[in-house]
Ligand binder design. Sequence first.
Ligand SMILES: [Zn+2]
Length: 344
Amino acid sequence: MHIIYTDQHKLHATDQVEYEGHPFVTDEVPARIEIILSAARAAGLGSVSAPTDRGLDPLFAAHHIDFVTFLRDIYAESAAALGNAAPVFPSTFPARPIRRRSNSVYGRAGYYAFGAGSPILEGTWAAAYWSAQCALTAADLVQTREPTAYALCRPPGHHAAADLYGGYCYLNNAAIAARYLQAVSPVRAKIAILDMDYHHGNGTQEIFYADPSVLYCSLHAHPDDDYPYFWGGADERGEGPGEGYNRNWPLPQKTDDAHYLAALDEALAFVQDFAPRYLVVSAGFDIAVGDPVGGFGVTVEGMRAVGQHIAALSRGVPTVLVQEGGYLLEKLGENAVAFLQAFV
Ligand SMILES: [Zn+2]
């Protein structure tokens, strides 16, 4: 299996940030990806290579140009406007109808964000850009010859919508990969996105909500229990021509191996019926028991079975694995390898 990785993610240095005079505390830290990479190397899961640069155009297939430009420029604009370089932490969000768009740094950041907790640091744009390029390179590999490629993306992406960032996500790597696979296919290829992260992938859902060419299936914490709260119900089935091509499995807290796998098999049956040309998996390992950001109880053996069930379906369907969440650092390598081994 090809593993696509770049150390550019370290530029999103969330472990070295101060917020209002105190260390900024977050679970989404650079160590996550380094832990997975060394565990994958130690387990001999495949060759590791750097992403190639496909430029900005593939990003515009999933995101608005003004949003991408904002992500690219806001840190420097903030530094110029405020007279000193500092992380951009919006704290005011247009949650109700608004009368105007503000040109101020915090007005613009608040407009494009749906929550706090996802600061824009000096290196955030570079890290997010190269994270998306990892997904694109993995998509290129499966489009040309490989059955599976694993994009070791950081920052993650599935909470980012066409013009919204939040939940540690800036650019939606899975959506960018899906759109790219369609763009390079001779006919508009059908893509299934299976999102196994503990959290609902609200960004991915919204990007494809009216699109019948992309099936989005997600297993996640019930929105009455956990983030992102305002999306993820079983009744969210898509709209317009996309009606029926969005499927959610909100699951209770402490969901164990057996119940997770039962829901996964239902989702995989939908994917199979859809008969996609490609499969994109939003691979979040925060379903693991003990994850500090999660609430499920999936064991290492459960994680292995999740990988096996997906891999069984994906035989014959070229598959891009896109790294999303996973924050239990002590077990992250073991959980990742257990999942990934099925695809080797
Ligand atoms: Zn998550």
